[in-house]
Design a protein around this ligand. Structure first.
Ligand code: CNA
Length: 238
């Protein structure tokens, strides 16, 4: 067995308050592109850069273009949790993992059976009216045509945090609390480029910080164990 995997297994066996903090790379093995990999959304052609389309001001100004991008690039039908999502859900059931803190908006941790999931950036599986806040089924938004509208005339929007919008304070506070108390923090599938989410790692003060990411990150030098491999493959071995 690979030395890194052996070490990871050992750290997991010594822990019973693990928190997992992840990003888009957790779902690439399920067939959902991330942002910053070579085949990620930032390297695909579109009329505007994704960070522009996924911003609050753009959504208000050009909802048609937003929805074209949303349905073509963010909604991928038939995706299933991969071995990383599934093993994390098992670790929760075994009483070892306390929470999954995710930047993802795809709902795959819950689909895998994880219960304590803190979605920092919301979910494309929920929708609401931007004017009266009435909740709507995600289907209207993810599969309809044109700009979905509420009976009050407002534009229906995804329950995700767009660029220029603040994170939900309650979720952020809960994430900080979990990470502070964790005896082991596993960070995976995130470039740690998007703030304030990436800064959460600084709240961990223990000595079992594990980073699992295909590419290097700014935080590699602070980690007790760094694994540059596919996260689904790693989790299938522990
Ligand atoms: P990112 O900046 O695209 O970084 C992803 C990281 O994952 C990169 O460093 C990759 O090297 C790494 N990676 C890719 N595949 C794997 C793999 N199989 N195993 C291990 N590492 C891998 O994405 P972040 O999450 O860091 O950025 C935060 C954004 C991306 C959040 O706002 C998300 O909402 C947003 N996003 C989410 C999804 C999703 O919900 N699935 C998809 C695309 C973007």
């Amino acid at each position: 067995m690979d030395e890194n995997i052996r070490k990871l297994k050992e750290l997991v066996s010594q822990s019973d308050n693990i928190v997992f903090f992840g990003g888009a790379g957790v779902s690439t093995e399920s067939g959902i592109p991330d942002f910053r990999s070579v085949d990620g959304l930032y390297n695909q052609k579109w009329s505007y850069p994704p960070e522009t389309i996924l911003s609050h001001s753009f959504f208000e100004r050009c909802p048609e273009e937003y929805y074209r991008f949303h349905r073509e690039k963010l909604v991928i039908d038939g995706v299933k949790p991969n071995r990383a999502h599934l093993r994390l859900a098992e670790l929760e059931k075994e009483g070892k993992l306390r929470a999954v803190v995710t930047q993802n908006i795809d709902g795959l941790h819950q689909a895998a059976g994880s219960e304590n999931v803190l979605e920092l950036h919301g979910s494309i599986l929920r929708a609401y009216c931007s004017k009266c806040r009435k909740p709507y089924s995600a289907d209207v938004m993810n599969h309809g045509e044109g700009v979905p509208r509420c009976s009050c005339g407002g534009v229906i929007r995804p329950d995700i945090v767009l660029y220029e919008e603040p994170l939900d304070e309650d979720i952020m506070t809960r994430a900080i609390r979990c990470i502070r108390k964790a005896d082991m923090l596993i960070v995976g599938g995130t470039s740690l480029n998007v703030y304030p989410a990436a800064g959460l790692i600084n709240y961990y003060t223990g000595n079992k910080l594990v980073l699992i990411n295909l590419s290097r990150t700014e935080y590699d030098r602070y980690a007790d164990l760094v694994i540059h491999e596919k996260i689904g493959e790693v989790f299938s071995q522990i």
